[in-house]
Design a protein around this ligand. Structure first.
Ligand code: MEV
Length: 314
């Protein structure tokens, strides 16, 4: 028996890092997906294959002994096999269109697609259960994960995420995003740890920034509801300032943002920062100019459809 599932990547419009410390965040899915196929096998093994390599472990291997970056998928397979008393093995194949380590949600999308695909070999789980399984899997390699990335990947669309809860946002604004990749690969775990160190040393400043971020997210929501793209762009610029204050920007990202700001409504880092991608808010009036300005400086950039469908199992 074989089962396949696909899940989209994401961008964070507002609230990365602050969401780990309890503020809300606004996220949307993007038109780049991960597809995971899994199959029951008679060997008592869990096999994971992707462009990044391959691993094969005994089904009975304790999860604590596994050191590979494929640990989340082995965790999901073991969890399902235990729950459904299956004592053979599973083979898992991952194919991704989402560049990894650049803030576009590739690891969360892999966890969501893997949870969707592997669980369907045994039963039809609710989306809520799949999200929880994906969050637990992601936490085997990134303990502080807020759950925002897995939630948007599973549900798709544009959402407001609030400590495990989420609400779809019906955008009245017709907007697009230009995404530019600094090609500096980051480790989300390391950048989140660095922000936590900043928080410990600058407790008062950090909690003030969390308050400001919360107010900003409220304003961003209102801008979306009022169809006000100019105000939404200004909110993005302001969010970028807060991200700079907590130390997740760098010179290359700031140069890219300055170029994007010349023609777009606003621009900021998306995801963990320290590298990765920036996003620029545009519509038909300035999309080409923004793309051209970034391309002229040789930055890798593209636009994608946003708010696409979440987890799809087939
Ligand atoms: C990473 O895409 C977003 C962070 O806020 C971490 C998280 O929410 O788990 C940096």
């Amino acid at each position: 028996m074989k089962s396949t599932a696909s899940a989209p990547g994401k961008v964070i419009l507002f609230g990365e890092h602050f969401v780990v410390h309890g503020t809300k965040a606004i996220l949307c899915s993007i038109d780049k997906r991960v597809t995971v196929s899994s199959e029951i096998i008679s060997d008592k093994k869990i096999i994971v294959k992707s462009d990044l390599g391959q691993i094969s472990v005994n089904s009975s291997e304790p999860i604590s002994k596994i050191k590979s970056s494929f640990k989340p998928f082995i965790f999901i397979a073991k969890k399902m096999m235990e729950e459904f008393n299956h004592n053979a093995g599973i083979s898992i194949e991952i194919n991704s269109e989402i560049p990894s380590g650049v803030g576009l949600g590739s690891s969360s999308a892999c966890c969501v697609a893997a949870a969707g695909s592997i669980s369907a070999l045994f039963s039809k789980l609710s989306k809520e259960k799949i999200v929880q399984l994906s969050i637990d899997a992601e936490k085997t390699v990134f303990e502080r994960a807020s759950g925002a990335d897995t939630t948007i990947s599973a549900h798709g669309g544009i959402i407001e995420y609030d400590m495990g809860e989420f609400h779809p946002i019906k955008s009245k604004i017709s907007f697009s995003l230009v995404i530019a990749n600094s090609t500096i690969i980051h480790s989300t775990n390391k950048v989140v740890t660095k922000v936590n160190e900043f928080r410990k040393k600058n407790n008062v400043e950090f909690s003030e920034l969390c308050n400001q971020e919360s107010k900003l997210i409220q304003k961003a929501q209102e801008s979306i509801m009022n169809n006000d793209i100019v105000s939404l762009g200004k909110c993005m610029n302001e969010n970028q300032m807060y991200l700079e204050k907590i130390g997740v920007s760098n010179e290359k990202l700031q140069t890219m943002i300055a170029i994007a700001e010349r023609s777009s409504f606003g621009a900021k880092i998306t995801g963990a920062g320290g590298g990765g991608c920036i996003i620029a808010l545009v519509n038909d009036s300035n999309i080409n100019e923004t793309l051209q300005n970034l391309k002229r400086e040789k930055y890798e950039c593209f636009t994608t459809k946003i708010g696409v469908e979440g987890l799809n199992t087939f």
